[in-house]
Design a protein around this ligand. Structure first.
Ligand code: PRX
Length: 646
């Protein structure tokens, strides 16, 4: 057993912090007991409004409905750029670190303003207007942030699709939200390799009849296919327009963006976030959780294709006038010291990453860390999956040299912003625990029947009241929002996660309780991988489960039943893996593919996933009762041929 110790935040961190323990409790209590007073203060403090709201908040959780700062007007790009110009026009807004260590640049708030206004004018000139959807399929280059902010400036709704998604996945996302413009780059560059983004866009657009404009950033100068009336180069178009772009004044509840995420069933859901509440949530949490102070350099290693990149590379930090670092490459290129080299090069003070990256770097040994200085680091963060105490301790001792508190932040695409987290200087830390709720967040644990559990308990994690950055709908399908999040337990939001609460009231997230996998911090629905597999001509049926993996957190185990007449082979396994990469993206490739003549089903035809999970994890002692299966012999066959043996 690993001994879990309390870590008191060091005095050095406490001196610098925005809140102490009593301060946290006081503000938290106010946020729960007098929510209107609390939220008015925060909304006035963190955002600049063109017109104040008439009512702070209205919600009906049983219908998944929420509205915040009703009738309030504001523009997100103005909040993230224009209002900072007087005081910090020359301050660096974005530090961009390219894939090659020799490649970096700083973009000031004034330059950011110019880039964003130009691109916004380009989009306007192409007919993109308030409410239209624009798809972004971009590498980690500053233009990705410009594009998000340019959309927000003219009231267009962006839908960023992670650059690792395949053309088919991109096509489905473009069509689901009817995006009519796409912003991309000729190629991306990651770890010395090129990613053919524009080529992927071309493949996707063969089946996206409504896209009238593709704006392409020239990143590498690689060859691209070109369509005269549809395609424009970013640099040419931006050079030809004015730097003056009056912002569209938006309603607090106007949509800001759509971001697709995986659920336990069906196709990915377009999570919709709106303007006022989302921006407040991301800015406030960025300020308190990272204890951000003026002039500091803040680095979140996420990709802008995921929610972490939206809230904590772009919107939160820029809204707060921070300097945010954006890294194009991967932590292991040119070698596994890269992150710490970047920390030293740019004097990074706050570093926010995922446990999978921490574990991968930990496996490379301490020397690659200790040979760097890291003296600028003051605070470390973790997000995306449960962090195992070993990785936490390594992060704390080796990377942070016991000087930097770790904020283990629990949240989701749907929550928009951090929900359960320590606040540095205010919360004693326990390795592996996300600790306590952020302001205004009222978590609870319930048993499967929905009874709330008190005190020390384990159960399903729910959120009992609306919060400003809450998901507003699943794009085009509000019923799906209700069914997924607001039906399992009446009148509350169901997270899909399980958690434990300890004697100090700290929360320990134990992971998903549904069929959502978390592979290297990427959220993948088992249903997505299964649908991809069964599309292959050789596959009759497939079932996918997750099993623990030392570095990736979870890996993907697929059981595949071949079509009649198909002979399973290693070649075919390779082909199936490549097929999934083509259908979804290479991050969704199964690690194991086990052939099977049948799947264990109940007499009513339901696949017994519990049994499949146990076999995949090599946990045969706890297979449980299999006598209710239609054909119990299938299990013996699966056990005999299992691939993941301890
Ligand atoms: O299972 C939880 C896990 O990631 C899920 C949300 O994934 P996604 O929407 O892609 O957002 C990831 C970044 C916010 C959650 O349901 N998760 C996220 N953060 C943590 C976590 N699990 C444990 N501890 C965390 N700190």
């Amino acid at each position: 057993m690993y001994k879990i110790e309390n870590h008191k935040v060091s005095d050095a961190a406490r001196v610098d912090s925005h809140l102490d323990e009593a301060g946290y409790h006081k503000l938290y209590k106010q946020s729960i007991d007098e929510p209107d007073t609390f939220w008015v203060e925060q909304a006035e403090r963190f955002l600049t409004w063109d017109k104040p709201w008439s009512k702070v908040h209205e919600s009906d959780m049983s219908k998944g409905e929420a509205a915040w700062f009703i009738d309030g007007k504001l523009n997100v790009s103005v909040n993230c750029i224009d209002r900072h110009l007087d005081k910090r026009g020359d301050q660096t807004a974005i530090i961009w670190e390219g894939d090659e260590p020799s490649d970096s640049k700083n973009i000031s708030y004034r330059e950011l303003h110019e880039h964003v206004c130009r691109l916004a004018n380009v989009l306007r000139a192409r007919g993109v207007k308030k409410g239209d959807r624009v798809c972004l399929y971009m590498p980690m280059i500053p233009e990705a942030a410009y594009a998000m902010l340019a959309c927000s400036r003219i009231g267009a709704v962006h839908s960023v699709v992670f650059g690792g998604f395949s053309p088919d996945a991109l096509r489905d996302r473009i069509n689901d939200s009817d995006c009519q413009a796409v912003i991309t780059a000729d190629e991306g560059v990651r770890g010395g390799k090129r990613v053919p983004l524009k080529q992927n866009v071309e493949k996707a657009l063969k089946e996206c009849p409504n896209v009238h404009t593709v704006v392409t950033v020239k990143r590498t100068g690689g060859d691209v296919e070109w369509h005269e009336h549809r395609d424009i180069w970013y640099h040419e178009a931006c050079a030809a327009v004015s730097t003056d772009c009056p912002p569209e004044i938006m309603d607090s509840e106007d949509p800001l963006f759509i971001l697709y995420t995986s659920g336990s069933t069906g196709k990915p859901k377009g999570v919709l976030h709106t303007t006022g509440g989302y921006l407040l949530g991301s800015a406030m949490t960025h300020h308190y959780v990272f204890d951000y102070h003026d002039g500091e350099v803040y680095w979140c290693t996420a990709d802008v294709g995921w929610i972490t990149g939206h809230s904590y590379i772009v919107y939160g930090p820029l809204c707060n006038g921070a300097t945010t670092l954006m890294f194009e490459g991967v932590p292991t290129y040119p070698d596994a010291s890269r992150c710490w080299d970047i920390v030293d090069k740019h004097k990074v003070n706050i570093f926010y990453t995922a446990p999978t990256a921490i574990r991968a770097l930990m496996a490379q040994g301490n020397e690659l860390v200790t040979k760097t200085s890291r003296a600028s680091l003051r605070l470390l963060g973790s997000v995306g999956e449960p962090i195992n105490p070993e990785a936490w301790e390594w992060y704390y001792h080796v990377v942070g040299e016991m000087r930097c508190p770790i904020v283990d932040t629990w949240w989701q695409t749907e929550t928009g912003a951090i929900m359960i987290t320590p606040l540095p200087g205010a919360t004693d830390l326990k390795p592996g625990s996300a600790t306590r709720p952020f302001f205004g967040v009222e978590p609870a644990l319930v048993d499967p029947e929905g009874n709330e559990l008190e005190g020390v308990a384990s159960g399903n994690l729910i959120i009992k009241r609306s919060w400003p950055s809450q998901i507003r709908t699943v794009y085009g399908d509000h019923q799906r929002l209700i069914d997924t999040y607001f039906s399992a337990y009446k009148g509350v939001y169901f997270t899909g996660d399980g958690a434990r609460r300890d004697e100090d009231g700290y929360y320990w997230i134990t992971g998903r309780v549904d069929d959502v996998l978390n592979v290297s911090g990427h959220r993948i629905g088992t249903a997505e991988v299964e649908s991809a597999l069964v599309l292959h001509d050789s596959v009759a049926e497939a079932a996918v489960v997750g099993c623990p993996h030392d570095i990736k957190g979870q890996c993907i185990y697929a059981y595949v039943m071949p079509m009649r007449g198909i002979t399973p082979s290693d070649e075919l396994v390779k082909e199936l893996k490549a097929f999934v990469a083509e259908q979804v993206g290479s991050f969704a490739k199964p690690d194991f593919v086990q052939w099977t003549p049948g799947l264990p089903k109940t007499r009513s035809g339901k696949i017994m996933r519990r049994v499949l999970r146990k076999i995949a994890c090599d946990e045969l002692d706890t297979l449980g009762d299999t006598s209710t299966l239609a054909d119990p012999a299938v299990v013996d066959e699966l056990v005999a041929n299992r691939l993941n043996r301890a």
